[in-house]
Ligand binder design. Sequence first.
Ligand code: ZN
Length: 223
Amino acid sequence: MQIEYEKNIKINERDALIIVDMQNDFIPGGSLAVDEGDLIIEDINKIASKFKENNGIIILTQDWHPQNHLSFASNHQGKNPGDNFMSEDGAIGPVLWPDHCVQGTKGAEFHNELNLNLADKIIQKGMNTNVDSYSGFQDNDKKSETGLRKYLDSKKIKRIFVCGLALDYCCYYTAMDGLDFGYKVFFMVNLTRGVDLPEGNVENTLKNMKKSDIKFAKIESFK
Ligand SMILES: [Zn+2]
């Protein structure tokens, strides 16, 4: 798919960089590793520094599940990670995952190469056993928010820039919710990697974003 990138973006104090779920379990070596997830860390640090220099805000999201979370295949009898599963209210699914980002474990920690010093705020999600939260803004059933919107609005943020893991889940849903909540959204494609589950999911989510008002950006897009 052909992607057109924005040019000459000047970061200001109304901009927020949202770094999604850069945690050990999503990075090669982790339980739900995204291929090449480690290769984006250096550039995420670079862009985060640029935001800092220009008075932008930097937010980290952190997947933070209890051990009995229903997005884990291990909590469903006879199910395996990757199996299709959709709860009636849309709170869990469309697939089940291996155990990941369990509160207090090494896998839930941010990768040690990620520059945490630059973060203004950490937003945790996925704490409700019965509901998953792909989006950094709210639960999948859209019944409760994480506090991200409130924080962004308290800082008068107008534009959000999304990067991190994984492209076709948490980054995608964060970007789409951002749009719904009225922000101008930039998706930093090169600073994400996808899980592509089910197959074709990365392409589909990119197409959906292209059809929406989401813009695409990369490191070279900035002044
Ligand atoms: Zn999760």
